[in-house]
Write a protein that binds this ligand. Structure first.
Ligand SMILES: [Mn+2]
Length: 401
């Protein structure tokens, strides 16, 4: 969007926000056009009071009636193919000028970032073509451009027991798959023959039979050109995500716009983010938890960043450490608030959004998310009250019909 307005010769200012709270919407100017990208479809009741024209480019659920000052560009209205926020932004850019076709790779990064690749339709077929994407079916390990011994050793998503974090384990998988070094170097995932790919998938799957997301291990790999190099779109998406999680979304923006300084800074932040994740997982392993029948509450307080707690609860909900159906709730401080993230192990069982909703609404808060992954923000003053109420709701036996 920024590049599009710049090329179009429009003056604009830009902010990247974690969410749209009522107070923030109130603070926005009314003497300019307001444009929201990848959010705001759930805030229409607050936006209708703004005395200015508003455009929303989004793909999230439209929660209220669209007010007359709002123009909504959202695939939910035409209800065909799911498209990520980056995809919608690209479709707009392409409409404004054919010169913006060179931004298609950003739409591909958004597509893998939002995990849309299981439900692609003709819009994405076109975007993938315009980005000159190279697609290959295989193991969902990234980066697909890195020598396999290293890619396997450093894999965290997917987590491969006995391999992730172990160079010896990585070499064993490669040996099982009969993949050898060529000129003293292992091939990257992208360079494998179909036969080698199948053998590697089998070897990895055998180590993941206990994992709850075993079938997520296979999918498409997407290679796009970025900074004049073929890169794994999933890796770029992870790097952009890491910048925001490390409180530097502007670095991610500069990176997307092709700024070399931002690229260096983004790579540094990405390494630091991965270290934070590992430290957070270690903290959870060693810390005391509140556990009951089919639930675990982890109160990380200041020990895990609020921007990371959601990712960490997701990772452990996919691990074999928790029985399918276990509800995992993570809490992390965010100044005077607490960020709460709830997940369900194995993605089967109670609706965690409903569970959080029951607890949070009486305390004054709003829950966002899905039945198997939800979150909210509560006042820090309500910490113990929240945990008590949460335990009460979690202790209630769910009668299966
Ligand atoms: Mn989105």
């Amino acid at each position: 969007m920024a590049r599009t307005f710049e090329r179009w010769g429009k003056r604009f200012s830009l902010q990247i926000v974690k969410g749209l709270e009522e107070e923030y919407i109130k603070s926005l100017p009314e003497d300019h056009i307001l444009i929201f990208v990848d959010l705001a479809s759930g805030s229409l009741n607050h936006l209708k009071n703004k005395k200015t024209e508003i455009f929303i480019f989004d793909h999230h659920e439209i929660a209220q009636e669209i007010p007359s000052n709002v123009t909504m560009i959202n695939p939910q209205l035409w209800n065909e193919e799911q498209i990520s926020g980056a995809g919608i932004a690209y479709l707009f850019a392409r409409t404004i000028s054919s010169r913006n076709h060179d931004l298609a790779h950003l739409a591909v990064i958004g597509m893998v970032g939002d995990m849309m690749e299981r439900s692609l339709g003709k819009v994405y077929d076109e975007i993938l073509r315009e980005a000159e994407t190279i697609i290959k079916k295989g193991l969902m390990l990234y980066p697909a451009t890195r020598p396999l011994d290293k890619a396997l050793e450093y894999s965290s998503n997917p987590y491969i027991p006995g391999v992730s974090g172990s160079y010896k384990g990585a070499l064993e998988v490669l040996k099982d798959a009969n993949i050898q070094r060529v000129n003293n170097k292992f091939k990257s995932l992208f360079e494998l023959t179909n036969e080698e790919m199948s053998a590697l998938i089998t070897a990895v799957m055998l180590r993941c039979v206990q994992q709850k997301n075993m079938y997520d291990l296979i999918g498409n790999l997407y290679l796009i050109k970025f900074f004049n190099k073929q890169e794994d779109a999933r890796e770029l998406s992870a790097l952009i995500n890491a910048c925001s999680r490390m409180d530097s979304p502007s670095v991610a923006l500069g990176f997307c716009l092709g700024n070399k300084k931002c690229k260096e800074e983004a790579e540094r932040l990405y390494i630091s983010y991965k270290q934070h994740l590992i430290a957070a997982l270690k903290f959870i392993e060693e810390s005391e938890k509140i556990s009951g029948k089919q639930y675990t509450i982890i109160n990380a307080r200041d020990n895990i960043k609020d921007t990371i707690i959601g990712t960490v609860t997701s990772i452990i909900s996919n691990s074999s450490a928790y029985e399918t159906g276990t509800i995992i709730v993570g809490l992390a401080y965010n100044q005077d608030k607490i960020k709460v993230s709830a997940r369900i192990a194995g993605r089967q069982g109670r609706n965690v959004r409903e569970v959080l909703h029951q607890v949070v609404v009486p305390l004054g808060g709003e829950v966002g998310g899905h039945p198997n992954a939800a979150g909210c923000l509560i006042e820090r003053a309500k910490e113990s009250e929240f945990i008590q109420e949460l335990q009460k709701v979690l202790e209630v036996e769910v009668v299966k019909v």
